[in-house]
Design a protein around this ligand. Structure first.
Ligand code: 5GP
Length: 129
């Protein structure tokens, strides 16, 4: 079971944004920017391009809904989207609010937020769904 499956199951806490029958969105615990969110399929698949055509299309539509809410909640120029998947073997889309290109530089220092700040950000994004 991946760490993300354990988050979906509620065994590991997260700052949840949304879920439906097939997908789940929650704040990245090491955010590049405030509002950095991960969108994952509930089905445990490592490599995103091993998802079926229908799953990947549905996941993108789900991520779009989340990205629109993030943009309303967090001041930014655009919400960027990226797929890496080298750390956690459970497919995920990163959604990151950007002011400029450098805000999506993976590998750069991440923001240190308090539990209260995470909670506040999650509440603000959820309010825009
Ligand atoms: P990637 O696999 O795309 O390289 O990165 C995995 C992402 O998952 C990282 O941005 C990392 O901060 C995030 N991550 C890893 N473990 C956890 C966790 O237990 N909870 C949350 N919310 N995010 C995690």
């Amino acid at each position: 079971m991946t760490i993300f499956s354990r988050i979906i199951a509620g065994e590991i806490p997260c700052y949840k944004i949304a879920e439906d029958d097939h997908f789940f969105a929650f704040l990245d615990i090491n955010p590049l920017q405030k509002g950095h969110t991960l969108v994952i399929p509930k089905r445990e698949v490592d490599y995103i391009f091993d998802l079926s055509d229908q799953e990947i299309a549905d996941m993108q539509v789900f991520a779009k809904r989340i990205a629109i809410a993030i943009k309303k909640a967090i001041p930014c120029v655009k919400v960027g989207q990226c797929v890496l998947g080298l750390e956690v073997p459970h497919a995920h889309i990163h959604l990151v609010p950007m002011q400029s290109e450098k805000d999506m530089r993976f590998g750069s220092e991440t923001k240190k937020l308090s539990p209260e700040e995470f909670q506040q950000i999650a509440t603000e994004i959820r309010a825009q769904l």
